[in-house]
Design a protein around this ligand. Structure first.
Ligand SMILES: Nc1ncnc2c1ncn2[C@@H]1O[C@H](COP(=O)(O)OP(=O)(O)O)[C@@H](O)[C@H]1O
Ligand SMILES: O=P(O)(O)OC[C@H]1O[C@](O)(COP(=O)(O)O)[C@@H](O)[C@@H]1O
Length: 313
C-alpha cells in the first residue's frame, strides 16, 4: 500500500455560509454556519481518510488557534507532522449565493520566519523518505517566496517521492518549475499559466500539452461542471460527471478531485477508472457545504453516470 502525505503551507479555517445575494455595504444575514479546519492539503487528506487510506499531514499551523485542527487529527487518526509557528492560522470566508457563485475573502495568517522555513525544509525532506506520494497543496504564506518554494519542491522531488502539486497563482507558477509528477490546475489557472484565454477543448488540450512537455508526467485540467482532461504518457482522456442539480458549494471540489486521483493511482486503478472515480468524488463534493465523504455508498450512483472519452492514445 502506497504511503501518502499531504503538505499545506498555508492552512486555513473555512467559514462557510449561504446567502441569496450579497448586498455590499449592507447588513447581510447568513442562513447557515460552518467553520471547518481546512486548506487544500487538509481537505485532500480528509477525503482520502474517508476512503479508508491512512494519511500523514504536514505544513504549518499557527499556535494561537490550532485547537480544532488538533481535534480533527485525533478524531480522524491523521498522522500529525505539522510544524507549529507563532501566530494564527488564517480564516477564509466563503459565501455561496443562490446560483452557486462563491465569493472568497481570504484573510492573512501567520508569517513564516527564515528559521521556521529552514526547520521545515530539513524536517520535510527527512520525513519525505518514508512516503511514496506527497501532495503539496494551496498557496504560500507570508515569508515563503516563490523562489524558496521552487527550491524546496525540487529537493523534495530529488528525494525520490512522487510530488503532486495543486495550487494557483504565484505558487503554481513557481511549483511548475520543479516539474512535479502530477499537477491539477483548473481551466482558469491553465489560462493564467499560458497567458491567454482558452476558449474550447482543443485549445485547452494544446496548452496542457505544452505544460506536459515541460516534463510533467500527469497533467489533469479540471473544468468545473464541464468535467476534466487528463494527459498522461499513454493517452489523453476526458471525463464528464453528471450535472449536479443542487449545487450547495463548489469549495473543495478541486481538493476532492485530487484525493480521488491519488486514491486511484495508489490503488493501481487504470487511468480511466481513476479519472472516473475522481470525477464522481468531486461531483459529490459540490452537493455539500463541507469536504469529505460521509457515506461511500452515495458515490456509486454518481460513478455510474460519469462518461469517459478517449481523445488520443
Ligand atoms: N457543478 C458541477 N457538477 C458536477 N461536477 C462538478 C461541478 N463543479 C465541479 N465539479 C467536479 O469537480 C471538479 C473540480 O472542479 P473545479 O471547479 O474545476 O476545481 P477547483 O475547485 O480546483 O477550481 C471538476 O473537474 C468536476 O469533476
Ligand atoms: O491555499 P489557497 O489557494 O488560498 O486555498 C485555500 C482554500 O482552498 C480550499 O482548500 C478549497 O479549494 P478548492 O475549492 O480548490 O478545492 C479551501 O478549503 C481553502 O480555504
Amino acid at each position: 500500500m502506497a504511503k501518502i502525505a499531504t503538505i499545506t503551507l498555508n492552512t486555513a479555517y473555512d467559514l462557510v455560509g449561504r446567502l441569496t445575494r450579497i448586498e455590499l455595504g449592507e447588513v447581510n444575514t447568513v442562513e447557515t454556519l460552518g467553520l471547518f479546519p481546512a486548506g487544500k492539503g487538509i481537505n485532500v487528506a480528509k477525503v482520502l481518510n474517508d476512503l479508508g487510506v491512512s494519511v500523514a499531514v504536514g505544513g504549518f499551523l499557527g499556535t494561537d488557534n490550532q485547537g480544532d485542527f488538533v481535534q480533527m487529527f485525533q478524531n480522524l487518526g491523521l498522522e500529525d507532522k505539522f510544524q507549529r509557528v507563532a501566530g494564527k492560522t488564517r480564516i477564509n470566508v466563503k459565501i455561496t449565493e443562490t446560483e452557486a457563485d462563491v465569493t472568497d475573502l481570504n484573510f492573512l495568517g501567520y508569517e513564516i520566519s527564515a528559521q521556521d522555513w529552514q526547520d521545515f525544509v530539513q524536517a520535510s525532506l527527512d520525513y519525505a523518505q518514508s512516503f511514496d506520494i506527497i501532495a503539496v497543496c494551496g498557496s504560500l504564506p507570508r515569508g515563503v517566496s516563490p523562489e524558496m518554494f521552487t527550491r524546496w519542491l525540487q529537493a523534495l522531488k530529488e528525494s525520490g517521492v512522487k510530488v503532486v502539486l495543486d495550487s494557483s497563482n504565484a505558487a503554481l507558477t513557481a511549483g511548475l518549475q520543479a516539474n512535479p509528477w502530477l499537477v491539477k490546475p483548473n481551466h482558469r489557472e491553465l489560462e493564467s499559466w499560458i497567458g491567454h484565454k482558452l476558449n474550447n477543448q482543443a485549445e485547452i488540450i494544446q496548452a496542457a500539452k505544452k505544460l506536459k512537455a515541460q516534463g510533467i508526467a500527469n497533467v489533469i485540467i479540471s473544468m468545473g461542471a464541464n468535467g476534466s482532461l487528463w494527459l498522461s504518457d499513454e493517452s489523453i482522456i476526458a471525463a464528464q460527471p453528471p450535472k449536479c442539480e443542487n449545487v450547495v458549494s463548489t469549495v473543495g471540489a478541486g481538493d476532492s478531485m485530487v484525493a480521488g486521483l491519488i486514491y486511484g493511482l495508489s490503488q493501481d486503478l487504470s487511468q480511466q477508472d481513476t479519472l472516473a472515480f475522481a470525477s464522481a468524488i468531486s461531483a459529490f463534493a459540490v452537493s455539500q457545504s463541507n469536504v469529505g465523504i460521509s457515506d461511500k455508498a452515495l458515490l456509486a450512483p454518481i460513478l455510474a453516470q460519469v462518461k469517459i472519452n478517449v481523445i488520443e492514445g
